[in-house]
Write a protein that binds this ligand. Structure first.
Ligand code: ATP
Ligand code: MG
Length: 521
């Protein structure tokens, strides 16, 4: 099935139910209204001469037009390219050229003049770029207006020619470990993934999903928008970019049943001084994903945010994204300690990174995934694609994992983040979990830093609950003593106000390490 066909079905089945709510502007659409809005934009794209397979860039924070463009590009067979809203001139030019974008849609809702100034500045350097349209500006209305003159038969003919295996989206990875890579994904890849994620959360047309994570990233556009589309649920946009207060306000006002976030977002929400004053009783479920989910935080989300059925998902942009997910019926222990079991129609194996052979249950190895969800490839980069996806179709994730006898997967961390201290493998994740139990610590990241004697030493970077408080290295070491093997006790401590984040809200450990090296030298 194509995304356009899925949209037509949602419109038929759930026409008069809410599909999309933009809390900041108060605008809302039913599925029938959204279907019409998408049609107008799709006709506008045809009028602009957007052909099948052409790349259309979207450079915007979360807004309703983002969703419309997502569906409209799919309907005309174009490939939507998610351009990071945090990009500046240099990176914008790079992605416009790398993906050969012919039409760029940029938002003016946020940092208006900046986006316009930067887009106009790079225009001349991007030969493929024919046109720029600004959301919330006459150029957007002009495109929609132009579409009015397009023959509907042209639209129908274009749609009839599309296949589920066609590329529909280029999504960039978060850039947590280096420069982002553009994963090319098909209708089949992401539509199915959205469907199975939603099914495992038990979504129906009654559900209302608060999506404070960026649409720019697969978490928002697949696990949010496409999970909603395939189940007739409603997407609620709390704010253009993540804001803890706006998120809780949106949940309360729109009686949301589901809430998404990376762990740092839930930590911020739980940490609001007026947290207890929000009525979150409508919440039932949601997803915490993207990076390791601390057990302490998970427990508070279940009890204090009413998200009794909250799931943890594990995945990556290259696999559409989700590969494993905890189930509604799994006990809390499993929903805090594991990333669940493999989703339907996907295979996972834990393999020896050297040989590629599966290791016995209970043993750490590299997680590999195979199935409909594996990307078509990195855009215009066959070499890196071949490094990531082997000849048998296995995607090598670069993540270390252990699978238990019942098939539940535990993520031990990234191969790149593993610390080797004096020949001993140390998993930052394990120490982070432990330090989350410290009464003064609100958030923590553990990294390896170079050490003359041991090769690498352990540094804990912490954010304190009370910014006025202090924590010394000795105090922390005393607290760890007797409860954590001596070689895992952090030798270095850095107290910080905030961590460097990617736009999807993940901590950039590469940057933390670079800063630490500079601080220590
Ligand atoms: P880049 O590939 O550019 O360095 P990235 O890997 O962070 O960035 P994404 O595709 O957004 O880009 O994220 C996928 C990665 O996120 C996974 O490979 C894994 O390391 C991590 N991850 C995702 N979900 C979880 C989870 N539930 N628990 C632990 N780690 C997770
Ligand atoms: Mg990655």
């Amino acid at each position: 099935e194509t995304i356009g066909a899925a949209l037509a079905r949602a419109v038929r089945r759930h026409g008069d139910r809410d599909a999309l709510v933009d809390v900041p502007s108060g605008r809302r659409w039913t599925w029938a209204e959204l279907g019409r809005a998408v049609e107008e934009v799709a006709l506008g794209l045809l009028a602009k001469g957007v052909g099948r397979g052409d790349r259309v860039g979207i450079w915007a924070v979360n807004c309703p037009e983002w969703v419309m463009l997502q569906y409209a590009t799919a309907r005309v067979g174009a490939v939507l390219v998610n351009v990071n809203p945090a990009y500046r001139v240099h990176e914008l030019a790079y992605v416009l050229r790398q993906a050969g974008i012919s039409l760029l849609v940029a938002s003016t809702a946020h940092r208006t003049s900046d986006y316009r100034r930067m887009a106009e500045q790079v225009r001349g350097d991007c030969p493929a770029l024919r046109d720029i349209v600004y959301v919330g500006d006459p150029t957007w209305d002009g495109m929609v207006h132009l579409g009015g003159g397009v023959d509907r038969a042209r639209m129908a003919a274009r749609e009839a020619a599309l296949h589920a295996g066609d590329p529909v989206n280029i999504q960039y990875t978060s850039g947590t470990t280096g420069f982002p890579k553009g994963a090319t994904l098909s209708h089949r890849n992401i539509l199915n993934n959205g469907h199975f994620v939603g099914e495992s959360l038990g979504y129906t047309a009654e559900d209302r999903i608060a999506v404070p994570v960026p649409f720019y990233h697969c978490f928002g556009m697949v696990m949010g928008n496409l999970a909603a589309l395939t189940h007739g649920a409603c997407v609620v946009i709390p704010a253009p970019a993540f804001d803890a207060t706006a998120t809780l306000h949106a949940v309360e006002r729109e009686r949301c049943t589901a809430l998404y976030g990376v762990p740092t977002m839930f930590i911020a929400e739980l940490g609001l001084p007026d947290f207890a004053t929000y009525d979150l009783s409508s919440l039932r479920t949601g997803i915490m994903a993207g990076s390791p989910c601390p057990e302490e935080v998970m427990k508070r989300v279940v009890t204090e945010m009413h998200m009794a059925e909250v799931a943890i998902c594990y995945g990556m942009t290259e696999t559409s994204p989700v590969s494993t997910q905890t189930g509604r019926a799994d006990d809390l222990e499993r929903r805090t300690g594991t990333v669940g079991r493999v989703l339907p129609h996907v295979e996972v194996k834990v393999a020896d990174p050297e040989t590629g052979r599966a290791v016995p249950r209970g043993t750490t190895g590299e997680l590999c995934t195979r199935g409909y969800s594996v990307m078509l490839g990195y855009w215009d980069d066959p070499e890196r694609t071949a490094e990531a996806v082997d000849a048998d179709g296995w995607m090598h994730t670069g993540d270390l994992a252990v699978m238990d006898d019942d098939g539940f997967v535990r993520i031990a961390g990234r191969i790149k983040d593993m610390i080797i201290r004096g020949g001993e493998n140390v998993y930052p994740r394990e120490i982070e979990e432990f330090l989350h139990g410290h009464p003064k610590i609100s958030d923590v990241q553990v990294i390896g830093v170079p050490d003359a004697k041991y090769g690498e030493e352990i540094m804990a970077c912490v954010i304190l609950r009370d910014p006025a408080d202090t924590l010394t290295r000795d105090e922390l070491a005393r607290w760890c003593r007797g409860r954590l093997a001596h070689y895992k006790v952090p030798r270095h401590l850095r107290v910080m106000d905030a961590f460097p984040l990617t736009v999807s809200g993940k901590v950039r450990k590469v940057e933390l390490r670079q800063e630490a090296v500079a601080l220590l030298s």
